[in-house]
Design a protein around this ligand. Structure first.
Ligand SMILES: Cc1cc2nc3c(=O)[nH]c(=O)nc-3n(C[C@H](O)[C@H](O)[C@H](O)COP(=O)(O)OP(=O)(O)OC[C@H]3O[C@@H](n4cnc5c(N)ncnc54)[C@H](O)[C@@H]3O)c2cc1C
Length: 440
């Protein structure tokens, strides 16, 4: 049987960061990845212009210290998210000017959310969905504006997330302004080689320790470790780090069965629903009209678009379509989806949008190995599922962005969670002296 000291399940940023941290201390690791690629919710393709295009996670925030350091260590640069020109808000296909009263009402509701996040929402807020709450506190266009913005930030329809869960997300990101912001916020920068490109570099450093196409199907826990079943044979390890989104980890069988607290976590978190597309053009033509590529639409198939063009390079325009709107696109053919999205964008940015050099898309909720994005969200009434997501089921340790106390749902949270799980494992191995060759 294959033996290692620590088996890491999942080669997203969390699993790769965990494996790297353990390796740095001379601990033997093996990473088992179900898909035929690394990166999980980070995946980079090449455009027709030869530029990297991120189908998944892309932005690195101002405060994302670990992602920034990793990018530099692997020779990647960060460039600022372009912000040249004006954003447009659209309703019924027509551009809107948001008046001061609408802006003030929407701002007041967002401020209430921010305050709840700061002081910690009480459990009663976990019983109220954001949709119900907004229906009570806002009306008219101000409500529709907030209803357009918040699903972009959560990848979730607002009747599927509680005010309490949203407040926890806001708190984990250091506030709404940071969460929604570009310069100084979570969308400040983009990676020169793409987030998926960085994951590939992390995996390349780990070399033959990373095994692709190797799903963990079952884990048997015993007094001296774990045995992980995979289609290519079992792997024996002293400890396992499961760095798989909790709803997807629920597919792995356990012997003995997992304790009820852990089942509660897996049963009560659901992945967000998100479709992302990137259209690549020879130049960011929208800037010639004084626009910054950002569209916020209060109705229609495309709620938002963003300019993510590299400096001096071709034009990259990305759309993020969450929740039910994403599921509606799933019912179309690929060609119909592209036409639908590009027609909506062209209505605001101009007909040049209709003819990209290349087109890249992914419905993340249809990816069997990650199940959606940006992250897993607790069912209304089950917020404590998130709080318990990181608690180990010895000898299993849980990683993944959902288990991070800071930046949960982001690439940064994934890295932090992997490094935290690696620390837990090192401490456990030190105390049991199991097969460790520690350099520290
Ligand atoms: C469209 C989209 C846009 C996003 N935008 C941003 C952004 O701009 N900035 C940002 O910071 N974050 C963003 N995110 C979120 C970010 O991508 C995630 O938080 C992060 O990538 C999660 O990493 P992870 O390692 O925790 O999990 P994952 O990346 O999901 O990794 C889990 C891995 O486990 C593997 N796996 C699953 N089951 C098994 C099994 N049984 N055995 C072995 N392997 C298994 C999967 O294949 C996968 O590789 C975005 C996400 C999406 C989907």
């Amino acid at each position: 049987m294959e033996q290692t000291t620590v088996a890491v399940i999942g080669a997203g940023f969390a699993g790769l960061a965990a494996a790297r941290a353990l390796r740095a201390h001379g601990i033997d690791v093996r990473v088992l990845e179900a898909a035929d690629r690394v990166g999980g919710r980070a995946q980079t393709e090449r455009s027709a212009a030869g530029t990297p295009v991120d189908l998944g996670g892309q932005w690195v925030g101002h405060q994302h210290a670990r992602m920034t350091t990793l990018a530099r260590e692997f020779g990647m640069t960060l460039f600022p998210t372009p912000e040249v020109g004006k954003a447009v808000v659209v309703d019924g296909g027509r551009r809107l000017r948001i008046g001061p009263l609408t802006a003030a009402a929407a701002g007041a509701a967002l401020l209430r959310l921010e305050l709840l996040a700061r002081k910690g929402a009480s459990s009663r807020w976990d019983e109220v969905t954001v949709a119900d709450w907004l229906a009570r506190v806002l009306r008219g266009r101000a409500r529709r504006l907030v209803e357009a913005v918040l699903p972009e930030a959560t990848a979730c329809d607002l009747d599927r997330i509680s005010v309490g869960a949203l407040a926890v997300g806001i708190r984990s990101a250091g506030g709404l302004r940071v969460m929604l912001g570009t310069a100084g916020g979570a969308q400040e920068s983009l990676l020169s080689g793409g987030a998926g490109g960085l994951a590939e570099k992390l995996a390349a450093e780990l070399g033959s320790a990373v095994h692709l196409g190797r799903p963990a199907t079952a884990i048997t826990r015993s007094a001296d470790g774990v045995t992980i079943a995979t289609p290519a044979g079992p792997v024996r390890a002293a400890r396992a780090i499961v760095a798989v989104p909790p709803p997807v980890a629920a597919e792995i069988r356990h012997h003995p069965p997992l304790p009820s607290e852990r089942m509660y976590v897996q049963d009560n978190l659901r992945m967000g629903t998100i479709y992302k597309a990137i259209a690549v053009y020879d130049r960011p033509f929208w800037r010639e009209r004084g626009l910054n590529g950002e569209i916020i639409a209060l109705d229609g198939p495309v709620p938002a678009s963003f300019d993510i063009s590299p400096p001096g390079g071709p034009g990259h325009l990305c759309v993020l379509i969450p929740g039910g709107a994403a599921e509606a696109l799933d019912r179309l053919t690929g060609a119909e989806r592209r036409d639908t999205v590009l027609a909506a964008v062209a209505g605001q940015l101009g007909d040049a949008a209709l003819n990209p050099l290349s087109w890249h898309e992914k419905s993340w909720h249809l990816d069997p190995y990650v199940g959606g994005g940006y992250t897993a969200i607790p069912r209304p009434g089950a917020l404590d599922a998130l709080a318990d997501a990181a608690r180990p089921t010895v000898p299993i340790h849980w990683a993944g962005t959902e288990t991070a106390s800071k930046w949960s749902g982001y690439l940064e949270g994934a890295v932090l969670s992997g490094e935290r799980a690696a620390d837990e494992v090192r401490a456990a191995l030190r105390s049991t002296c199991l097969g460790v060759h520690s350099k520290s």
